[in-house]
Design a protein around this ligand. Structure first.
Ligand SMILES: Nc1ncnc2c1ncn2[C@@H]1O[C@H](COP(=O)(O)OP(=O)(O)OP(=O)(O)O)[C@@H](O)[C@H]1O
Ligand SMILES: [Mg+2]
Length: 236
C-alpha cells in the first residue's frame, strides 16, 4: 500500500476545442481498493472525467498514486489505470480476440509464454471459454465484446480499473454476470453509470456530477436514497 491516494484530482477544468466547458472545479480522491461510483445525467461530464484518468485527455492536476498524469508519465499511468470504454468497438482493434487481449500484456514487455498465460487467465476470469480466443472480434456479440474489453485491461494487471457504463446495452443475465465479475475483480474501481441498482450493489461511495461539477458525494446509500438531490441534479 502506498501512502498516496490511488487517484487524486484537484480543481479540474476542461473545455473541449469547440468551447464546451465539460468540467469545472472537479476535485476527487479515490483511496486504494475503494470502489467509487460516478453518477450524473447525460452530458454531466462523467466520460470526460474518466478520459483524464489514463491520459487520453491531459491537463489539470490529476495524480495516479501520486504521479501527475503528463505526456512523460503516460506509459506508467496506463500500466496502473485500465480504462474500459462504454463502447467496446473503441477498445478492440485487433483481428482476433487473442491479439486484442495480448496487446496490452505485450506492451509490458513480458515473454510470449507469459503473455499467453496472462491471456488464458484473463479470458477465464471474465467467464469466457478459451475457444473464443481465435474468433474474429467483429463476429462477437455485444456482451461478449464487453467481456473481452475487460479482459484486455485485466491482462495488464492494472491496479485501478475504470469502467464507463459497464452494464449499458446488456441483457439482464449478462448484466448480472458483469456485476458479479466487477465484484470479484476487486482492486480500485471507478464506475460511471446510470444503473443505480448496480451502483448500490458495488460502490462504497458515490460522486454525483451535474453540469460538469461535483454536486454531491457520500456513502452510496445516502446519495442514492436522496431523491430530491437526484431530481435537482438531473438524474431522476
Ligand atoms: N469531443 C467532444 N467535443 C465537444 N464536446 C464534447 C465532446 N465530448 C463530449 N462533449 C460535451 O461535453 C459534455 C460532457 O460530456 P460527457 O460525454 O463527458 O458526459 P457524460 O456524463 O459521459 O454523458 P453520458 O451519460 O451521456 O455518457 C457534454 O456537454 C458533451 O456534449
Ligand atoms: Mg459518458
Amino acid at each position: 500500500m502506498s501512502h498516496y491516494s490511488a487517484i487524486e484530482i484537484s480543481n479540474l477544468d476542461y473545455k473541449y476545442p469547440d468551447g464546451t466547458q465539460a468540467l469545472h472545479g472537479v476535485s476527487l480522491k479515490v483511496a486504494e481498493n475503494e470502489t467509487v461510483g460516478l453518477l450524473g445525467h447525460n452530458g454531466a461530464g462523467k466520460s470526460t472525467l474518466i478520459l483524464h484518468l489514463n491520459g487520453i485527455i491531459i491537463g489539470g492536476d490529476v495524480r495516479v498514486f501520486g504521479t501527475p498524469v503528463t505526456k512523460k508519465s503516460i506509459r506508467q499511468v496506463r500500466q496502473r489505470v485500465g480504462l474500459i470504454f462504454q463502447n467496446p468497438d473503441d477498445q478492440l482493434f485487433c483481428p482476433t480476440v487473442f491479439d486484442d487481449i495480448a496487446f496490452g500484456a505485450r506492451q509490458l514487455g513480458l515473454s510470449e509464454k507469459e503473455v499467453i498465460e496472462r491471456v488464458r487467465h484473463s479470458v477465464s476470469e471474465v467467464g469466457l471459454d478459451e475457444s473464443i480466443l481465435k474468433k474474429n472480434v467483429f463476429h462477437l456479440s455485444f456482451g461478449q465484446k464487453k467481456l473481452v474489453s475487460i479482459a484486455t485491461v485485466t491482462a495488464m494487471d492494472a491496479r485501478v480499473l475504470v469502467f464507463d457504463e459497464p452494464t449499458a446495452g446488456l441483457d439482464p443475465r449478462a448484466r448480472k454476470k458483469i456485476i458479479n465479475l466487477l465484484r470479484s475483480l476487486g482492486r480500485t474501481q471507478i464506475i460511471a453509470s446510470h444503473d443505480l441498482d448496480m451502483l448500490s450493489q458495488l460502490c462504497d461511495r458515490v460522486v454525483l456530477l451535474s453540469g460538469g461539477a461535483v454536486a454531491a458525494e457520500g456513502k452510496t446509500s445516502d446519495i442514492l436514497n436522496d431523491i430530491p438531490l437526484l431530481e435537482k441534479s438531473g438524474v431522476l
